[in-house]
Design a binder for this molecule. Structure first.
Ligand code: UDX
Ligand code: ADP
Length: 481
């Protein structure tokens, strides 16, 4: 029986390994993590991450061929294939701070693998890493290995998106496996390919060299984020001209060369990958003497920051140029629907912006805990990408923020409502009831295009929806930056 061990029981490691266990009954899969808290949660009724469909799979396989353990070294030592799926946040200090990937967790995992291994292993990069990381990891593995063990490194980047992780894993557009162009490298590629062949059609498994696989992951995320920044840039122009960004997206998306996906304008993209990977790409370009290429990709992040700032400015300028002491309801805090993940969520910057103007915030999200929101709002940028259990305790919670467990509770007596995540339940709210319970004039700022603008205006709301023709009220307000 092939034994797989995955280091890192996070958003990538957990779901990926659960699906491998489900689809490959002949493989024993163990997911290990230094966080015993996380491992205990994986072994409990309440999994540490919310992902539709995941719980059923874990319940089906756990204890049979899927195990979660904090015995990191023992399980790594016994495995034939070791996936490394640890966090690779943006560096917060030193060389490349704010841009380069922090490979501390990766390096310590690699040193540990070298330390404890007594048999040959295939080591698979699963977490997104800078191009050429495999080379560095190979060096760590071979230079710290006095036992003659052979390590073959593969890059097998994960393309799943949160909220649809299980479907993405069941039915991937492609599986990418990069390896050295040596006999050992090719042999290792075949071993990993055989794992995926249990459920993925062969034509969807792409094999490349190591560097292409590493760079493809960064490139895919950069291209996806670029589409969002492009449509968000258009949204500003739509507001200025009276065009409707949804109509523009639909019109351009029907061009088969462009395609309809990933063209929804929003308050900005979030998530653990897009910003981090682009910063990483920018850093690599700079290090390779390619400032023009670096600047090109930097713009994708600048437009994203602009979009978040534009939203805050719109809220403040619409509400008579101040939100000081006004109650603003924030609906949605996660970076997208169907996840409780808040890493890089635009809600953080928007809330911080509103708090900067002294608003009182009442936040509701169906999946994000109060503790998480308070941590996010009191943390420095980039720190939040490091796992909570590896951070000092959060500073005292912010007095102007209250977290509630119901959308109607959040909007009660509010002057304005900001929709920051596209949860389905926000589409179905009784907006007449919302309107009746708010202060007047009642403002609604839709950062995700979820409400029916016309219906809400009929009720009496002053509505701002990103990239849509402006409410007559807003047209008369001073223009925003
Ligand atoms: C992304 C990639 O999609 C995935 O392939 C990679 O493995 C990890 O990074 P993820 O961050 O989980 O996945 O979510 P994704 O669905 O890509 O959304 C990212 C952000 O973009 C979210 O904040 C989302 O709301 C936003 N978005 C997405 C838009 O604003 N508009 C769109 O049209 C699509
Ligand atoms: P991702 O979204 O990439 O899956 P997460 O932060 O959700 O990232 O998960 C990464 C996990 O890796 C965390 O639970 C963290 O505790 C774990 N981790 C980091 N370093 C190590 C290590 N050296 N050994 C085992 N687990 C580690």
């Amino acid at each position: 029986m092939v034994k797989i061990c995955c280091i890192g029981a996070g958003y990538v490691g957990g779901p990926t390994m659960a699906v491998i266990a489900l689809k490959c009954p002949n493989i024993e899969v163990t997911v290990v993590d230094i966080s015993t808290h996380r491992i205990n949660a994986w072994n409990s009724e309440h999994l540490p991450i919310y992902e539709p469909g995941l719980e059923d799979i874990v319940k089906k396989c756990r204890g049979k061929n899927l195990f979660f353990s904090s015995e990191v070294e023992k399980n790594v030592a016994e495995a034939d294939i070791v996936f490394v799926s640890v966090n690779t946040p943006t560096k917060t200090h030193g060389l490349g701070a704010g841009k380069a990937a922090d490979l501390t967790y990766w390096e310590s995992a690699a040193r540990m693998i070298a330390d404890v291994s007594k048999s040959d292993k295939i080591v698979v990069e699963k977490s997104t890493v800078p191009v050429k990381t495999a080379e560095a990891i190979e060096r760590i593995l071979t230079h710290n290995n006095g036992k003659g063990t052979n390590f073959t490194i593969l890059s097998n980047p994960e393309f799943l998106a949160e909220g649809t992780a299980i479907q993405d894993l069941f039915n991937p557009d492609r599986v990418l496996i990069g390896g050295r162009e040596t006999p050992d490298g090719q042999k290792a590629i075949k071993v990993l390919k055989d794992v995926y062949l249990n459920w993925v059609p062969e034509e969807r498994i792409i094999c490349t060299n190591l560097w292409s696989a590493e760079l493809s992951k960064l490139a895919a995320n950069a291209f996806l984020a670029q589409r969002i920044s492009s449509v968000n840039a258009m949204s500003a122009l739509c507001e200025a001209t009276g065009a409707d960004v949804s109509q523009v997206s639909h019109a351009i998306g029907t061009d088969s060369r462009i395609g309809p996906k990933f063209l929804s304008s929003s308050v900005g993209f979030g998530g653990s990958c897009f910003q981090k990977d682009i910063l990483n790409l920018v850093y690599i370009c700079e290090c390779n003497g390619l400032p023009e290429v670096a600047n090109y990709w930097k713009q994708v992040i600048m437009v994203n920051d602009y979009q978040k700032a534009r939203f805050v400015n719109r809220v403040v300028s619409s509400m008579f140029n101040t939100v000081s002491a006004k109650k603003i309801a924030v609906l949605g805090f996660a970076f997208k629907k169907d996840t409780g993940d808040t890493r890089e969520t635009p809600a953080i910057d928007v809330c911080k912006g509103l708090l900067g103007d002294r608003a009182r915030l009442s936040i509701y999200d169906p999946q994000v805990t109060e503790d998480q929101m308070m941590k996010d709002l009191s943390m420095r940028k980039y720190d939040k990408d490091h796992p909570a259990h590896l951070q000092p305790p959060s500073p005292t919670s912010i007095k102007q923020v209250s977290v509630v467990w119901d959308a109607y509770e959040a909007v009660k007596d509010a002057h304005g409502v900001c929709i920051l995540t596209e949860w389905d339940e926000f589409r179905k709210l009784d907006y007449q009831k919302v309107y009746d319970s708010m202060q007047k004039p009642a403002f609604l700022f839709d950062g995700r295009n979820v409400v029916d603008v016309r219906e809400l205006r009929k009720i009496g709301f002053i509505v701002y929806s990103i990239g849509k023709p402006l409410d007559p009220w807003l047209k008369d307000m001073p223009s925003v930056a």
